[in-house]
Design a binder for this molecule. Sequence first.
Ligand code: GLV
Ligand code: MG
Length: 348
Amino acid sequence: MKLPRNFFRPLAIGAPSPLREPPVKLERMIHFVPPHVQKVRAKVPELISQVDVVLGNLEDAVAADAKTAARAGFIEMAKAYDFGTTGLWVRINALNSPWMPDDVIEILGAVGDKLDAVMLPKVEGAWDIYYLDQLLAQMEARHGLQKPVLIHAILETAEGVENVSNIAMASPRMHGISLGPADLAASRAMKTTRVGGGHPEYKVLADVAEEGAPRSVYQQDLWHYTLAKMVDACAAAGIKPFYGPFGDFSDPAGCEVQFRNAFLMGCAGAWTLHPSQVPIAKRVFSPDPAEVEFASRILHAMPDGTGAVMIDGKMQDDATWKQAKVLVDLARLIAAKDPEMAGSYRLS
Ligand code: GLV
Ligand code: MG
């Protein structure tokens, strides 16, 4: 265990001090782009105004012979555009790959001052975070960067799930954790061939009510346990949990339900792999205006957040006040970015 007083010390001489509080940012969707594809890079300026985070993906889905082109394409794209308040992230290759060190060294050297977060795949334990933490600090020191680059881990191995609390608390650089259901399914030898979402055979059958009568079937959520464990680990560490990818682009309803379950359980956002998923994530991870209005009424009725009041027949107390504050704070963040949503929230 690191000494508490050393936890917030820079890991390299001349690197910026780690942040004490993570930046408050709207991150409803982390939108994946393949940076080696010129046609996609050309559309990034349009994307910047539509999504909360643009992520250049260098890892899975980029073929081995396109890895260096993807890294170069990301650097070109980061240099070319002003991202304003939209986040700029990169998903680097995994620690067990030959590309990972140069992903960090070259990207931090070229565009470290524009980069908000590095997404690290296949994190198994805190030791993986320590390695990247140290390397980032060295590169920040070498290039005189002023702002620490954050780390976002993907939870996508059985060992990672076992160690998720330690991963979440490994460094003040930790921004959050995303569930990676595709790799996690492979790591666990799950008998599926999907990228996230449910499975019709993962179900419970209602008891026999009457001899010969059809029995109801209820499909269950394959990801509930892991998502809940990850949300608790993140909340306890003061970082943000995210649902990852939903790979069936032909099933927007399935995607919406998976995202909404994650939102209700505490996730801040999800990955969008296809442009059609951006409006879904925007809709799901922006709270419903009627809920926000009710939450505002709770806050107004209990100005100091203590006591108990009745609103529309429902009891409110300190605990519902805190829930209401989560919704109203999120709505304020959204309203500041999105004039259309600002109109529907009508926040005073
Ligand atoms: C994401 O990387 C996943 O494996 O689901
Ligand atoms: Mg993966």
